[in-house]
Every structure is written in C-alpha cells, then in structure tokens.
Design a protein around this ligand. Sequence first.
Ligand SMILES: Nc1ncnc2c1ncn2[C@@H]1O[C@H](COP(=O)(O)OP(=O)(O)O)[C@@H](O)[C@H]1O
Ligand SMILES: Nc1ccn([C@H]2C[C@H](O)[C@@H](COP(=O)(O)OP(=O)(O)O)O2)c(=O)n1
Length: 231
Amino acid sequence: METAANAAPAAVIVAIDGPSGTGKSSTSKSVAAQLGLSYLDTGAQYRAITWWMVSNGIDVTDPSAIAAAAGKPEIVSGTDPSAPTITVDGTDVAGPIRTQEVTSKVSAVSAVPEVRTRITELQRSIAKSAQRGIVVEGRDIGTTVLPDADLKIFLTASPEARAARRSGELKGVDVAATREALIKRDAADSGRKTSPLAKADDAVEVDTTELTLKQVIECVVTLIEEKRAAK
Ligand SMILES: Nc1ncnc2c1ncn2[C@@H]1O[C@H](COP(=O)(O)OP(=O)(O)O)[C@@H](O)[C@H]1O
Ligand SMILES: Nc1ccn([C@H]2C[C@H](O)[C@@H](COP(=O)(O)OP(=O)(O)O)O2)c(=O)n1
C-alpha cells in the first residue's frame, strides 16, 4: 500500500508573470526541469499566432481582421522543459517567432479579445492535462488564465537590467534601442483593455535586478517546495 511518505507529490500549478527580460522563461524552464513539472511559454503562443497572421497577409493594424482570423491557426505547444516546442498547423515555428518583425507586432495581435479567448482556452486545457503539475509563464497567468494557481510569482527588474540582458542575447543590438523597445512593449501590454500585464493581488513579487539567475531559480524552487509541503 502506498504511504504518504512515498506517494507522488500532488500536482502543483505555478504562474510566473512579469514584463520582458525579467527572467520568466529561463527561471520557469529550469524550475520545471528540476521539479519534474511541465512548462508552458505563453508568450511563444502569442508570437505563434502573430507569425501566422503576418505570414497569411492579415493586416495586424486592423483588430477586426485579426479577430476574424483568430480561430484559424492550430497552435500546439510541447511542454517538456528540457525541449519545449511550438508548431503552427504542423510547422515548427520556434525560430521564426523570435524575429524583430514578430516582436514588433505581437502586442497588437495579443490585445485582440478573440485572440486572448482562444489562447487562454488552450492554456487552461494544457495546464489541466499536466499530471505532475506545470509552470506557466506569461503576463496574465495569475490574474486571468489560472487565478486558482497554487503559487503566483511576479518577476520584476529595472529597465536597464532587462535591456542589458536582452541586448546580450541579440548580438550587436544597441542597449538604448533595446531599452526603448522594451518600455514601449511593456506599456502596450500593461495598457490594453483585456487581461493586461499585471501582478495578481496574491502573487509574490521578486525583484531580480540584483539577483543572479541561479538565485532567482533557488528562490522559486523554495517557494514551490513550501507550497507542496503545505498541500
Ligand atoms: N537574474 C538574472 N541575471 C542575469 N541575467 C538573467 C537573469 N535572469 C535572466 N537572465 C538572462 O536574461 C535574458 C532574458 O531572460 P528570459 O528568461 O528570456 O526573460 P523573460 O522570459 O522574462 O523575457 C536571458 O538571456 C537570461 O539568461
Ligand atoms: N500571457 C501572455 C504572454 C505574452 N503576451 C504577449 C505580450 C508580449 O509582449 C508578447 C511576447 O511575449 P514573450 O513572453 O515572448 O516576450 P519576451 O520573452 O518578454 O520578449 O506576447 C501576452 O499578451 N500574454
């Protein structure tokens, strides 16, 4: 007979939100891998639907055109944190969704309510089917997608730290230009009507400006273990 001591831990749902460059993806992937949980990058889903709109000639300055097309692409996310995947209608789009063109258009596409409804449903069904639990990262996970998550984290960092991290990834891109682009995208994501980027009232805020990635990961792992122990 299985005892409490050797029973599998109950599934745990973790929501990690915050602006761009605060460390959501790197932290979430590593934490999920360490704890044997699934991992979902919701930004990649919004990027994927944006990529599809651009590739299919949809005018992304026209919310009604975006709304009319929102149900068309089939977006599939692979949730293994050591090898996350994203496909649109069967095509691997992991590379194309990271282009500057998609990055500059994703806020407009993701502000359209029909897009959010579609992607939110997909996210909830993925979270529900994760048997051991999942780390879901994005902008509105704690507030809208999974308001009953076991643990909500809101990561922040100064614009300077975030821009330095991002321009370190995009070789040759100017830090000042990166900073301006980040601030513009955060303002659009925080200012939209439908489920804007926001900290849930019950989220734990972690300012990562002066922390190493390793310290952030350790902090989140500790918070999850505390939640699991209390379950
Ligand atoms: N605490 C940290 N200190 C230094 N660099 C970090 C830290 N957290 C993340 N990074 C780096 O910053 C970049 C952006 O991190 P990422 O996880 O993609 O952020 P987000 O998903 O919030 O946009 C990556 O290159 C990552 O390795
Ligand atoms: N839950 C989410 C996740 C992302 N988005 C939108 C808003 C973001 O600017 C884009 C891209 O998100 P992504 O996490 O890939 O962005 P960065 O990694 O910070 O560059 O998608 C959203 O509206 N809601």
